[in-house]
Ligand binder design. Structure first.
Ligand SMILES: Cc1cc2nc3c(=O)[nH]c(=O)nc-3n(C[C@H](O)[C@H](O)[C@H](O)COP(=O)(O)O)c2cc1C
Length: 186
């Protein structure tokens, strides 16, 4: 797939089939992720692949409670509250796989590094017919001791990008973008 097609065609996917994602396909996505630019080539990332739905259900429940308890001041709080209070809402949309990109090294740019890896992973997935979605709802909880415990992550680990992966049920419709605000200096 041409790069521009991948950049403009990728969409966040929130409905997946039950089809298993091959382990080799997941490894190929992680290979794409580690080619991302990263500060001083420190490659601070580690990839946690979760396929156990009972673990994802548990994280989803913990993340919803955590969000509801901590989101005061979030400008989208009202919009999120009804969703997060719904016991039937699973924040991972029952996707068959979660790839959590976390930083296991210290440094001023570890979050940027992991986010760039995440974008590579999402574009590579789209190019092979897989769907992805970054699940920000999970981030706060996964950064708590309780969240880290659920995945056996060391205390010093910084979870950055929880990305669900699966076979899309259907192609999501286009999501419009605003015209960019460009300031030319000189
Ligand atoms: C940091 C970040 C957090 C996000 N968190 C969520 C989330 O928790 N749940 C969700 O359904 N989508 C989430 N998304 C997906 C965005 O809603 C989506 O990227 C945006 O609406 C644009 O749509 P597109 O990805 O299809 O272009 C997140 C995206 C990013 C980059």
């Amino acid at each position: 797939m041409n790069l521009n097609e991948a950049i403009t065609g990728r969409r966040s996917v929130r409905e997946y089939t039950a089809q298993v994602v091959d382990e080799s396909a997941i490894v190929r996505l992680i290979d794409a992720a580690v080619h991302a630019p990263n500060a001083v080539n420190q490659q601070p990332w580690t990839f946690t692949v979760v396929r156990d739905q009972s673990v994802l259900d548990r994280i989803s429940r913990g993340a919803k409670s955590h969000m509801l308890a901590t989101m005061a001041g979030n400008p989208h709080a009202d919009h999120f509250r009804a969703r997060l209070s719904d016991p039937n809402f699973q924040i991972f949309y029952h996707a068959p796989v979660l790839v959590l990109i976390s930083a296991i090294a210290e440094g001023p740019w570890i979050v940027e590094d992991c986010a760039l890896a995440a974008e590579n992973l999402m574009l590579a997935a789209y190019a092979t017919g897989l769907g992805t979605c970054w699940i920000g709802f999970a981030q706060g909880f996964l950064n708590t001791p309780g969240g880290k415990d659920m995945l056996g992550l060391p205390a010093a680990c910084v979870p950055v990008a929880p990305i669900i992966v699966g076979h899309p049920k259907a192609a999501p419709p286009p999501v419009p973008r605003n015209a960019p605000k460009i300031r030319w200096v000189g």
